[in-house]
Design a protein around this ligand. Structure first.
Ligand code: FAD
Ligand code: NAP
Length: 338
């Protein structure tokens, strides 16, 4: 049954542990509940916030409308051939649990994306990526519900317009639909992606033959060593995207900073490591209740469980100092609400 609650504390629902209240809140377990909630909101003309695991949002203040926590579960094989399995997962499934289940089922392709927090339904929103693999590499299609009309939509890979930490859900379909299920095309034979040098090196150190299970274990180990677990130290992962600059900006920076960390993005752009820029601007470990993470300057942590406005103040100060030192604009990765 769809049940709407008033004045709900959202601190347990966002991994930055920001205290903020939802004027209205409902957890959605079925398609019928979702349709009822959308009707309820439409009748009252309330703003809507869709939440999965809350690991990529900053709540800057109380939310004056309806917050829907998507808990649509389910996992099924929808097709299979000699080489591939098409696996459909409910939007509320936990991403890392799905990765582990696929490893157990010997359905390969997700191993580099191990231990990313959050839900399956949010994965297409920013085309989650890590260690050289992105969601789009295994994505087949998704189902969604149009927020205004309640119509069912099916989007294939092309319609999702995936880019670097980007998709159509951050642009023309922003706030227009709720993803209810995602179908992935996974391999029956391992096709390992060892393009990420850090992962290759970690594998070589083990002296063991590469396998999807080992890749997943190494990714988990590397992530745990460097990134704060949100349950222990509240955070939303990378707070800034790695900026993409043109070749002339890259040459200018390289002249001034010969040890600049950058990666070519053919044909004409270069990705700068935002963490390096922030570290060079002197921010690593800086701050108190809200701080820059000691081991990765790209991550802001909120051990003081401060309000979202404090987190955004620190982020703005970092952006100003990177702009003044390097003339490079940083862009926030998490979405800020309201
Ligand atoms: P939420 O934070 O709940 O939502 C994020 C956005 O998606 C919001 O705008 C929300 O409205 C929208 N949304 C959520 N669910 C739906 C839905 N069903 N339909 C429509 N819109 C929806 N990200 C990476 O890409 N790679 C990483 O390696 C990575 N590592 C991380 C490590 C840590 C420690 C943390 C805390 C975060 C990391 N992230 C990473 C960021 C985050 O985990 C991902 O972006 C994840 O996909 C967010 O999932 P979520 O369910 O928590 O989304
Ligand atoms: P890292 O290895 O210290 O590298 C720092 C940055 O350099 C990363 O952002 C990565 O970009 C880039 N990079 C490194 N080697 C690269 C290569 N050979 N080619 C292109 N780009 C390269 O990064 P980390 O902090 O430990 O994270 C490891 C992986 O997990 C990365 O893929 C990162 O994106 C992912 N991660 C993401 C989040 C998030 O919230 N989005 C949080 C934690 C970790 P990419 O980011 O493009 O890979």
């Amino acid at each position: 049954m769809f049940r709407v609650l008033a004045q709900v504390d959202l601190q347990p629902y966002n991994t930055l542990a920001v205290p903020a209240k939802a004027a209205w809140f409902a957890e959605i377990h079925s398609r019928d509940e979702l349709l009822a909630a959308l009707r309820w909101r439409r009748e009252r003309c309330l703003p809507l916030l869709v939440l999965g695991g809350g690991s990529n949002v900053v709540l800057a203040a109380d939310f004056p409308g309806l917050v829907l926590k998507i808990s649509l579960l389910g996992l099924s094989v929808v097709a299979e051939d000699a080489h591939s399995v098409w696996l459909k997962a409910g939007a509320g499934e936990n991403w890392h649990k799905l990765v582990l289940q696929c490893l157990r089922r010997r359905n390969w392709g997700l191993e580099n994306l191990s231990l990313i927090p959050g839900s399956v339904g949010a994965a297409p929103v920013q085309n989650i990526g890590a260690y050289g693999v992105e969601l789009r590499d295994v994505f087949w299609e998704l189902e969604a519900v149009d927020i205004d009309s309640s119509a069912t939509l099916t989007l294939d890979r092309q319609s999702c317009e995936f880019g670097y930490r980007d998709s159509v859900f951050k642009r023309s379909l922003k706030d227009r639909c709720i993803i209810t299920a995602v179908t992935l095309k996974l391999d029956k034979q391992p096709r390992l992606n060892l393009s990420y040098p850090g992962l290759r090196e970690a594998l070589e150190e083990t002296g063991c033959p590469a396998s999807p299970q080992l890749i997943s274990e190494l990714v988990c180990r590397m992530r745990s060593a460097k990134l704060p677990a949100p349950e222990e130290v509240p955070n939303v992962g990378s707070f800034f995207k790695n900026p993409l600059v043109d070749l002339s900006t890259h040459s200018r920076l390289l002249e001034q900073y010969p040890d600049l960390v950058a990666y070519p993005v053919p044909p004409s752009r270069v990705k700068l490591a935002a963490g390096w820029l922030i570290e060079q601007a002197g921010w690593r470990g800086a701050g108190d209740g809200v701080a820059v993470h000691e081991h990765q300057a790209l991550v802001l942590v909120n051990p003081g469980r401060c309000g979202g406005e404090r987190v955004l103040e620190l982020a703005a100060a970092i952006c100003r100092s990177v702009r003044s030192k390097f003339s490079v604009e940083l862009e926030l990765e998490p979405r800020v609400y309201p």
